[in-house]
Design a protein around this ligand. Structure first.
Ligand SMILES: Cc1ncc(COP(=O)(O)O)c(C=O)c1O
Length: 368
């Protein structure tokens, strides 16, 4: 049996009848950049997140970049974040001329550990950038408490957590603002690059709308030097179609995760802890094992694809060697990156495939 980590071709076949007409509509209206579909998506996604505004952008990295600029991050400022993330989180800080300051993760959740934030704060700290990694929201109350004490604002990196809830509230409206990615592999995914910022703050939304379009507040009125960070009309149209399916798709991911957890009980591996406080959306279903390469190779030999998010924490990437954080600086993040394996998870996974994957994992890692 072959089990891919996700199956975008099959998903397109399921959506073909809905997608092609909306793409045709974009062509017929010639609304290729922003336009009516993107505007409608902005309203619908803001409603989904429970925020006042959504500003549609070219990708998630642009959303992080504009989000940090909106918070006033400037050259030589420091922004606190996690080393257990995709490089883009740190890159956006660097784009502002600021410095990423990492704090280690809580190994139970793989998310930034709020108890470690305070000791990383200096006079130069401007903001906190937590990442809702894989599935679950960070512990926002604990982060907010530190942020308020030090007058810092919070930008959520929600690139992997569309629809996840913390204490009943959706990510996207938990901090001052949030950055989403709709990269084609995400739970809510475009057919190309796309991203968005969500916020309840009118000034931030106004800034982001101008900044995404060369600093324009009206046609050819450039208030400041901005960027070309606009969402394409096709992506807005695709995202509107897919947003309607996201509820059912998320429920399916949650069902698959429950099934994996049940079938993997007793296997010699570690699963992240899910809290009843959260609603997890299972962008990834990760397990932690020793001897990762052997497990991955043996799963591949049985036709089971896996993903490693991420093989190396950001502070150990050559791109950030100048920060001078040698191995051992963030032991929990480093250990997670050495041991993590993402199993196939997507709404099209069949019951047989779930059982096949779980049984293969149990056989390979052994049972306690
Ligand atoms: C945690 C995280 N942050 C930021 C990004 C960047 O998003 P994009 O690829 O849309 O620029 C991603 C997506 O890959 C991500 O997973």
């Amino acid at each position: 049996m072959n089990v891919p980590v996700l199956d975008l071709k099959a998903e397109f076949e399921q959506l073909r009848g809905e997608i092609l007409p909306v793409l045709e509509r974009v062509c017929a209206n010639a609304s290729f950049i922003l336009g009516v579909e993107v505007e409608a998506f902005e309203r619908e996604f803001a409603d989904f997140c429970g925020t006042k505004h959504c500003v549609a952008l070219a990708n998630g990295t642009a959303a992080l970049h504009l989000g940090l600029l909106a918070l006033g991050v400037q050259p030589d400022d420091e922004v606190i974040t996690t080393p257990n993330t995709f490089l883009a989180t740190a890159e956006a800080i660097s784009y502002c001329g600021a410095v990423p300051v990492f704090v280690d993760i809580d190994p139970r959740t793989a998310n930034l550990d709020p108890r470690l934030i305070e000791r990383a704060i200096t006079k130069r700290t401007r903001a906190i950038l937590p990442v809702h990694l894989y599935v679950r929201p960070v512990d926002m109350d604990a982060i907010r408490e530190v942020a308020e004490r030090h007058n810092l604002r919070i930008l959520e990196d929600a690139a992997q957590a569309h629809g996840a809830r913390y204490q009943g509230r959706r990510v996207g409206g938990l901090g001052t603002l949030a950055a989403f990615s709709f990269y084609p592999t995400k739970n809510l995914a475009a057919y190309g690059e796309a991203g968005a910022l969500t916020t309840n703050d009118d000034q931030i939304a106004k800034f982001a709308r101008a900044a995404r379009s060369h600093g324009q507040t009206a046609r050819y009125e450039h208030e400041f030097v901005g960027y070309n960070y606009r969402m394409h009309g096709f992506q807005g149209a695709v995202l509107r179609v897919k947003l309607r399916h996201l509820y059912a798709w998320t429920a399916k991911r949650q069902e698959i995760a429950r099934e994996y957890r049940r079938l993997l009980t007793g296997a010699r591996l570690v699963l992240p802890v899910d809290s009843s406080r959260d609603e997890c959306v299972y962008h990834q279903f990760v397990i932690y094992t020793s001897n990762r390469n052997r497990v991955v190779a043996q799963l591949a030999a049985r036709g089971i694809e896996t993903v490693i998010h991420y093989p190396r924490p950001v502070h150990l990437q050559p791109a950030y060697s100048s920060l001078g954080c040698p191995p051992g600086t963030f032991p929990h993040a480093e250990r997670a990156c050495e041991r993590v394996i993402g199993l196939p998870i997507h709404p099209g996974l069949t019951s047989d495939q779930i059982v096949y994957v779980a049984n293969a994992v149990r056989e390979i890692v052994g049972v306690e």
